[in-house]
Write a protein that binds this ligand. Structure first.
Ligand SMILES: Cc1cc2nc3c(=O)[nH]c(=O)nc-3n(C[C@H](O)[C@H](O)[C@H](O)COP(=O)(O)OP(=O)(O)OC[C@H]3O[C@@H](n4cnc5c(N)ncnc54)[C@H](O)[C@@H]3O)c2cc1C
Length: 588
């Protein structure tokens, strides 16, 4: 059966910050561009970002991009690529000014300059003392950013296919990417979209865990699709647990609370972070704070009837600061727990928040994969940016507010690379393979034809439970080995999904089934790569290998779905212009 074919020079999959920034670059250059999104673009997870976007503006005290770079390399526990990190930190100031010119309503200082707040791991003078570097719009920074970017895209005439779900990449016999297949949710029709260049900006996959700050749509589609297309994913074992998810609900309480002066307490009323990170205290980087909290809870100093959370105290900040800088947090605490933080502390637990790994790219946003001896051959026609990509600026642990920055810097950079690729080669559309779309169609038809099989809700619940128990804040060999066995068994069951609703129009059961098939790929890859990395670094905390092992593991993991193969590639230790920052012990 032949599928309808649409043609666009550039296809962007994802309408979050990264996708919209790239689309803007392309549309303004006159490239015929379409953005596909499962939801209306301004409902993407970027809209949930609270705390801020980092840039060494130095509006309150001295700051510069080189200190920002140092913090990012250190925060990443020396797994980040220093060329990409230099690129991002150098661009940060211009990126924030650009957003400001797009109409993003940043909070201001008395003198009219952009207000900046402290955040975890943001330090001056190469790690010496905290510095205010996070630019924000109260505690709704992502919302403001996404709306500004969306409006600029409307002005630039970007075309949007809203409620369309990309299913698979189309590669030709040379391995070049020549398009995608996608499902129009409204009609249930599968399309082939032919393209000269395809960008994935599909966001994270935090939904593989039971307790997560992530939106329901963060199902890791881009990563699942990439793995199915025979390409590897990078450093997928590294998942950031945010220290302050609302206990029980998982909803995020921004690090901006601690930036504004809030702090954590255990059941004894002790400000325990003073013991774990004497200098940065509650503003040490996220992996450090999450582990400290987990230890307090594990050792019986947790709060509440089950001693399973700690408290975030902020009432001492006063009503004015809370209402002006953290209004959303007050609302969340009231709505979800009936607690008013101007009077009482908020119960919090470490909660899955961010995927450091993803589709391997260079700092130009080009997807790279091993080919022969070259471990970083560019995959022609394929680009990635934002949380689904691994550039790798966040290495083993991301610093707060560096993701919103990553979206605009690498969204723009990838957009520029795509323009160059399309223009410089005066590129014609490459021919589609004869069977383009067949694979996707068969996948959809298999689900539609199911008369019995596994329940999606059950499998998803089971996966989240396994991930939480076997790949959480602390990991060990035995727990991970058991985890692999359980996830492999679940993976096999997932090949036999059954949905009852077979209707065509807005069939959410079908969409969720297709999402789950991607999500389980991410879960499996995570477990296998976490077992293989026998060291502790950043977010990967192995109780059986408590030390960082630079001799054997200062390298990126590349995981392939076929044969569950893992290969390692070198970290880019050389920055673009400055001296490299040599590994050191990470203390805060
Ligand atoms: C609660 C919360 C608060 C945060 N706060 C901050 C913060 O203050 N500062 C900071 O720097 N970072 C923060 N982060 C992290 C940051 O917000 C995210 O990493 C970032 O917004 C991801 O942006 P993105 O453009 O990569 O993807 P997203 O914004 O997640 O967008 C993904 C897009 O891809 C689309 N999509 C996905 N799959 C498909 C498919 N198969 N077909 C079609 N479309 C698809 C979706 O519809 C969506 O439009 C926060 C994250 C969370 C969860």
């Amino acid at each position: 059966m032949s599928l309808p074919i649409l043609k666009f020079e550039a296809v962007i999959v994802g309408g979050g910050g990264a996708g919209l920034r790239a689309a803007l670059q392309l549309s303004e250059a006159g490239i015929k561009t379409v953005v596909l999104s499962k939801v209306f673009p301004t409902r993407s997870h970027t809209a949930a970002a609270q705390g801020g976007i980092s840039a060494a503006l130095g509006n309150i005290e001295d700051d510069n991009w080189h200190w920002h770079m140092y913090d990012t390399v250190k925060g990443a526990d020396w797994l980040g690529d220093q060329d990409a990190i230099e690129f991002m930190c150098r661009q940060a100031v211009d990126a924030v000014v650009e957003l400001e010119h797009y109409g993003m309503p940043f909070d201001r200082l008395e003198n009219g300059k952009i207000y900046q707040r402290p955040f975890g791991g943001h330090m001056a003078n190469f790690g010496k003392q905290p510095v205010r570097r996070a630019c924000c719009v109260a505690d709704r920074t992502g919302h403001a950013m996404l709306h500004a970017l969306y409006q600029r895209n409307v002005k630039a005439n970007t075309k949007f296919f809203v409620e369309w779900m990309a299913l698979d990449l189309i590669r030709n016999e040379n391995g070049d990417v020549v398009g995608v297949t996608a499902l129009e949710m409204e009609t249930g029709q599968v399309y082939v979209i032919q393209a000269k260049a395809v960008l994935f900006a599909t966001g994270g996959a935090g939904r593989i865990f039971q307790s997560s700050t992530n939106a329901f749509i963060n199902t890791g589609d881009g990563v699942g699709i990439t793995l199915r297309a025979g390409l590897p994913v990078e450093d997928i074992e590294f998942w950031q647990f945010h220290p302050t998810g609302l206990a029980g609900a998982g909803v995020l309480i921004t690090e901006g609370v601690r930036g504004e002066g809030g702090y954590l307490l255990n059941a004894n009323g002790e400000r325990f972070m003073e013991r774990y990170a004497p200098t940065a205290k509650d503003l040490a980087s996220r992996d450090v704070v999450s582990r400290a909290m987990q230890i307090e809870i594990n050792e019986g100093r947790g709060c509440g009837p089950n001693k399973d959370y700690v408290l975030l105290k902020l009432d001492h900040l006063g009503v004015e600061v809370i209402d002006q800088r953290l209004p959303g947090i007050r609302e969340i605490a009231l709505q979800f727990l009936g607690i008013d933080p101007i009077k009482e502390p908020i119960p919090v637990v470490p909660t899955c928040h961010y995927m450091m790994g993803g589709i391997p790219t260079n700092y130009k946003g080009e997807v790279v994969a091993p080919f022969g001896a070259n471990k970083e051959e560019v995959v022609k026609g394929f680009y990635a940016a934002g949380e689904c990509a691994c550039a790798s600026v966040h290495g083993a642990n991301r610093l707060g507010t560096n993701s919103l920055l990553d979206l605009v810097v690498f969204g723009k950079s990838a957009g520029n690379s795509m323009i160059k690729f399309i223009r410089e080669h005066d590129l014609e559309y490459k021919e589609l393979p004869k069977d383009a779309g067949e694979f996707s169609l068969q996948r959809v038809q298999k689900i539609d034809a199911s008369t019995s099989g596994e329940s999606l809700a059950e499998l998803r619940h089971e996966m989240q439970r396994i991930m939480q128990q076997h790949a959480g804040v602390f990991r060990t060999q035995k727990v991970l080995m058991d985890g692999i066995e359980k996830i492999e068994a679940l993976y096999a069951r997932a090949q036999n999904l059954y949905i009852k609703d077979k209707s065509k129009v807005f069939n959410t059961a079908r969409v969720e089934a297709l999402e789950f098939i991607n999500t389980i790929e991410v879960a499996l890859a995570t477990m296998i790569c976490a077992e293989a990395r026998k060291e502790s670094r950043g977010a990967q905390a192995r109780e059986d290998y408590p030390e960082r092992d630079d001799a054997n593991f200062m390298c990126h993991t590349l995981f392939y779905r076929d044969g569950r193969k893992i290969i390692y590639k070198d970290v880019h230790v050389a920055p673009l212009t400055v001296d490299y920052i040599p590994p050191a012990k990470r203390v805060y």
